[in-house]
Write a protein that binds this ligand. Structure first.
Ligand SMILES: [Zn+2]
Length: 301
């Protein structure tokens, strides 16, 4: 599933390949991809020029300007699980699950949105609507200040893994980069954010930035569907240290990487480098009550 580095790579690709170009026609083949009315989507986008591309968390906002000086519109892109946004020659074969076509300029190229699982969404918004949508997200994980990051951890219960993935607190991290950042900072995924020392919190803040920056430089991670604007996979897969490396030796200490389900999602970590905090270690006993506030079933493999 695309996370911040993959979405940032698509945003950079849009700037490179589509900025300054005009959408001359829009075709929607599957209405469920469009949030709101598909007719309104088509009528509000057609004829406008792409004048800016920004990103917050996993959302891309493309600013669309009309020649007649009418109010700005924004195309909000969410890739969901398997969404792909590409700039493609008009005469290129149409792959299955291609749901939306936006013809550019003279019609020789088009933006195509393909999405096998159909969790991705495209939406046309006014600037006030966009502000509301983006305002609901926490600060972007690549731009959050250390003070904001620390303040958000304070007094917070539950697993730090779930905290890292909560888009309303810090936006952009999903399962892959949350696991990688916790490994980098040597923090167990079940640690409580509010009980992590200031020093460890500082290390986590730096780890999040480091992991994201490196992944962006390599164009993100591709397991199956993710592609950049030119249809190329990301190259960060080989750099992953723990994510989906269950049973393999830790690159730091040689102990086997373990997998644990937290809040319904797999977490990968090294129990040696990321020791379990004492408060949650109690949960290992026969007692069924989960005192750390971690929701969902905990299952260690
Ligand atoms: Zn280790």
């Amino acid at each position: 599933m695309p996370e911040l580095p993959e979405v940032e790579t698509v945003a950079q690709g849009l700037r490179r390949r589509a900025l300054g170009r005009r959408i001359v026609a829009v075709e929607v083949h599957h209405d469920s991809i469009i949030a709101g009315s598909a007719e309104e989507f088509v009528s509000t986008l057609t004829g406008r020029k792409l004048t800016n591309v920004s990103r917050k968390g996993k959302a891309i906002a493309v600013e669309l300007t009309a020649d007649d000086g009418s109010e700005l519109r924004f195309l909000l892109v969410r890739l969901g699980m398997t969404g792909q946004l590409t700039v493609t020659p008009h005469d290129a074969p149409i792959e299955s699950h291609t749901h939306v076509f936006m013809t550019l300029d003279d019609g020789r190229e088009e933006l195509r949105f393909r999405d096998a699982r159909r969790f991705g969404r495209l939406r046309s918004l006014t600037s006030a609507e966009l502000e509301k949508v983006l305002g609901a997200l926490g600060p972007d994980a690549q731009r959050v200040s250390e003070a904001q990051f620390m303040a958000s951890m304070r007094n917070r219960k539950g697993a730090i893994k779930s905290w890292l993935m909560n888009q309303n607190l810090v936006a952009g991290l999903g399962n892959i980069y949350a696991d990688e950042a916790l490994f980098e900072a040597r923090i167990h995924p079940l640690s409580q954010p509010g009980r992590v020392s200031a020093d460890k919190a500082h290390q986590l803040y730096k780890a999040v930035r480091k992991v994201l920056d490196r992944a962006v430089r390599l164009g993100g991670t591709t397991f199956s569907d993710y592609m950049d604007i030119e249809g190329r996979p990301g190259a960060f897969l080989s750099k992953l240290r723990v994510y989906q490396h269950t049973g393999e030796p830790c690159r730091r200490c040689g102990h086997a990487i373990r997998r644990m389900v937290i809040g319904g999602r797999s977490s990968h970590f090294c129990a040696q480098c990321q020791p379990r905090p004492r408060a949650t270690a109690k949960m290992r006993g026969p007692k069924k009550s989960v005192r750390s506030g971690v929701r969902g079933k905990l299952k260690e493999e």
